[in-house]
Design a protein around this ligand. Structure first.
Ligand SMILES: C[S@@+](CC[C@H](N)C(=O)[O-])C[C@H]1O[C@@H](n2cnc3c(N)ncnc32)[C@H](O)[C@@H]1O
Length: 214
């Protein structure tokens, strides 16, 4: 986004995530990237102030109807909202992905974090799909696009990626972080001789538009 917009606001409820963005922005001296640690539902933004709102792998975590309404008001007429999605490394069919999934399950139980993603969390989205929520807020559909990319992970990168999830962030790992990293490394090392785990990641974005003024 940084080369295409005069100002970019990066919003996340967790300070670790905004800190990660702040570090990246400062590494490339991008002073027009602003980070804000706040629940998206509470973002203090002016009406008609954004050209584009991008929600990365998070719409399912938000109060969807409220955010759809607020996003509609925050966007300029003709502006777009993009819901971005990607597949997760623990959700694939390969042996290392199954081992990762099982390690994560174990640790979610060990750390009492299983309830951070409540059972049946996706049922309300099945009953009331994202697209309907957005349409009720006044958005018109502007298309869905998908593409796949082969991606290589080191175990350390996977450990970092896991900290960006809602279910095992740093504050949940807390004083068990080293033990978690050691276990993850032991489990995944069985599946790679050269610390290189490969998967095909599918990306998708659903684009909706606030109608332009007539
Ligand atoms: C799977 S991560 C995606 C992170 C990042 N957007 C990306 O695309 O890589 C989901 C993120 O949603 C954030 N989140 C969950 N509920 C939120 C809320 N109500 N407001 C803002 N952020 C929220 C979590 O803190 C977490 O960083």
């Amino acid at each position: 986004m940084r080369g295409r917009f005069a100002d970019v606001w990066c919003v996340d409820a967790e300070p670790d995530m905004t800190e990660a963005v702040r570090a990246k922005a400062s590494a490339v001296a991008a002073a027009h990237i602003h980070t804000i640690t706040v629940r998206a539902e509470d973002l203090p933004a002016e009406p008609d102030s954004f050209e584009l709102i991008v929600i990365g792998n998070a719409f399912h975590r938000l109060h969807r109807a409220l955010i759809a309404e607020r996003a509609y008001s925050w966007l300029k007429p003709g502006g777009c909202l993009a819901l971005c999605w990607s597949t997760s490394p623990w959700a694939g069919p390969q042996d290392w992905q199954r081992a990762l999934d099982s390690t994560l399950r174990t640790w979610r139980n060990v750390l009492g974090a299983a309830g951070r993603v409540p059972p049946g969390w996706d049922q309300s989205r099945q009953r009331d799909p994202d697209h309907d929520v957005l349409s009720r807020a006044g958005f018109e559909s502007a298309g869905r696009h998908e593409f796949s990319v082969e991606h290589h992970w080191t175990i350390r990168e996977l450990a970092g990626h896991i900290r960006s999830t809602s279910f095992l962030p740093s504050q949940v790992l807390a004083d068990r972080t080293d033990a978690f990293d050691a276990d993850l490394t032991a489990e995944l090392s069985r599946h790679t001789a050269k610390d290189r785990l490969t998967e095909t990641v599918s990306f998708a974005y659903e684009l909706v538009r606030k109608p332009a003024l007539a």
